[in-house]
Write a protein that binds this ligand. Structure first.
Ligand SMILES: C[S@@+](CC[C@H](N)C(=O)[O-])C[C@H]1O[C@@H](n2cnc3c(N)ncnc32)[C@H](O)[C@@H]1O
Length: 239
């Protein structure tokens, strides 16, 4: 008798961030309508992919190593990394549709195509469901939402709900970069990330005070600096 597997049960996922901001300009609407489809990584949402069939990263990017940027904001860092690293494929993920439109505008101006870049305009938890084990060689979590109130700390990215699947999709030796300007976020990151199969690579203060050599400041970093907050750059390796 053939074994029939029960379909996966859709988890309840609250999303507390913003999905829409200011009214999109006509050009931004055009980027979304005309370009977003080309940059799709394949079926990610539960509606499109209720069986949670994993994405075929090799079909998307060939033999290129695959990097992931979680919450890319306006996309400046993602486009910068794509320009610096033509031999890498990058999947970016961002539920804030105005940010997605900004990224697509930058891609149009910058030239990198869907053979190297893919965009999931939604929650990274849905993307994690359909990423194969150990497929990601580098991940960026840059200025994640700080959720400053103690009662909201469980909404932060650096919680088991996110770190368990992140750890599963990253390959041994893969690098995870976290940037934040919030000291309590540093505390929670250093406490939680190593519990999920990562080691912190810092040897001395310069390792968290000085940006990475290939760094591109993001919109949130500029805001933090304007407001007098100090960035921290944390580098982890997946064991
Ligand atoms: C503080 S902003 C930083 C944006 C950008 N990385 C930067 O440094 O300018 C945090 C971003 O994470 C995104 N975000 C929040 N929750 C997310 C999730 N579950 N999946 C993907 N992105 C998420 C938000 O929409 C927001 O754009």
């Amino acid at each position: 008798m053939s074994e029939s597997k029960d379909p996966p049960i859709r988890p309840r996922r609250n999303f507390y961030g913003r999905i829409r901001g200011k009214t999109l300009r006509a050009s931004q609407k055009a980027f979304l309508e005309e370009d977003l489809g080309r940059f799709s990584p394949g079926p990610v949402s539960w509606e499109e992919n209720p069986e949670r069939v994993p994405l075929d990263l090799q079909a998307l990017f060939g033999k290129r190593p695959v990097w992931l940027e979680i919450g890319f904001g306006g996309g400046e860092h993602m486009v910068h990394q794509a320009t610096l690293n033509p031999d890498v494929g990058i999947i970016g993920c961002e539920p804030f549709i105005n940010g997605v439109a900004m990224l697509l505008g930058k891609i149009r101006r910058g030239g990198a195509g869907p053979d190297r870049l893919r965009v999931h305009p939604g929650d990274v938890r849905d993307l994690f469901d359909v990423l194969p084990d150990a497929g990601i060689a580098r991940a960026f979590l840059l200025y994640p939402d700080p959720w400053p109130k103690k009662k909201h700390h469980r909404r932060r990215f650096v919680t088991p709900e996110h770190l368990e699947p992140l750890s599963r999709v990253m390959c041994p030796g893969a690098v995870l970069r976290v940037a934040t300007d919030i000291p309590d976020y540093v505390r929670q990151t250093l406490e939680q990330v190593p519990r999920h199969g990562f080691e912190w690579l810092a040897r001395g203060p310069a390792d968290w005070r000085v940006p990475w050599d290939d760094w591109q400041p993001t919109r949130y970093e500029r805001k933090a600096l304007r407001e007098g907050r100090r960035p921290h750059y944390l580098t982890f390796r997946r064991l």
